[in-house]
Design a protein around this ligand. Structure first.
Ligand SMILES: [Zn+2]
Length: 259
């Protein structure tokens, strides 16, 4: 399985990172894609190694970390990272109106820059979206010229929003929220195509049931995968095969190491 969204480089894993990685490998996680929160995240990502897990870096600035003044050379900096063969995606970017709406215009500008870099580099944009779905999808629509691809990470939209996202060329990242009782995400997911979905944890956040409320880690992705198997009435193996294939295509991986 591929965890397409994990902040495994954060300090919350410093004390037991080796065990966390071992448990991930044991649970069948063969690759972890790491979205950045800011450019400092990248230094932390570079320290990670495990004999059975591939780690893939991505570069970007989280919408909650966008500052009042974007650096003048922000586009060049972001492009500099993302254009390198060392980086597999652009993000995470997007919009977040839940924590604060003070810097909405800056968030939008930053999101548009991430979209442009994603198009220029041919790499997927990783989209964070919280209480901002209409604006997020409108920006994707404006930016979509046929070459933009990306993941609506931690998908929790309505059926209409999900369909619109797919029409706009996005994929959906399915994480712990899909396992939450009463969230209703499972019912929406059931009516959308499995081949447009990838698995993710968003570790250390949003642990799936039955680990809800705990620090999330890649090994817990098996619960989300099991939930997805139940939703689509297929085996866990089929979920693994389908989501792994989609993730490999999306991120342009040729590696035969990941099945
Ligand atoms: Zn994230």
């Amino acid at each position: 399985m591929i965890d397409t969204h994990s902040h495994i480089y954060l300090p919350t894993f410093d004390d037991d990172r080796a065990e966390v990685h071992d448990r991930a490998a044991e649970a069948g996680v063969e690759a972890i894609f790491m979205p950045a929160i800011d450019f400092d995240s990248i230094t932390q990502m570079e320290k990670l190694h495990h004999p059975e897990i591939m780690f893939y870096k991505m570069a970007g600035v989280h919408p909650c970390d966008v500052k009042e003044d974007l650096p003048k050379d922000f586009t060049e900096q972001l492009f500099g990272f993302c254009d390198s063969d060392d980086f597999y995606g652009v993000g995470e970017s997007g919009l977040d109106y839940y924590w604060s709406t003070d810097l909405v215009e800056q968030q939008k500008e930053s999101f548009r820059i991430h979209c442009k870099v994603a198009k220029q580099t041919g790499k997927p944009i990783i989209i964070h979206n919280r209480e901002s779905t209409v604006d997020m999808l409108n920006i994707i629509e404006e930016e979509q010229d046929g070459s933009l691809k990306g993941i609506w990470h931690c998908f929790n939209g309505s059926l209409e929003e999900g369909k619109r996202a797919l029409d706009l060329g996005l994929h959906l990242g399915i994480g712990g929220v899909a396992t939450f009782k009463n969230a209703g995400v499972d019912k929406t997911v059931a009516r959308l195509p499995l081949e447009k979905m990838v698995l993710e944890t968003d570790a250390p956040y949003l642990a799936p049931t039955p680990k809800r409320g705990k620090r999330n880690e890649p090994a817990f992705m098996k619960y989300t995968a099991q939930k997805l198997a139940g939703i689509f009435g297929v085996s866990l193996k089929e979920i693994d095969i389908a989501t792994t294939k989609t993730a490999k295509q999306l991120f342009g991986l040729n590696s035969n190491d990941i099945q």
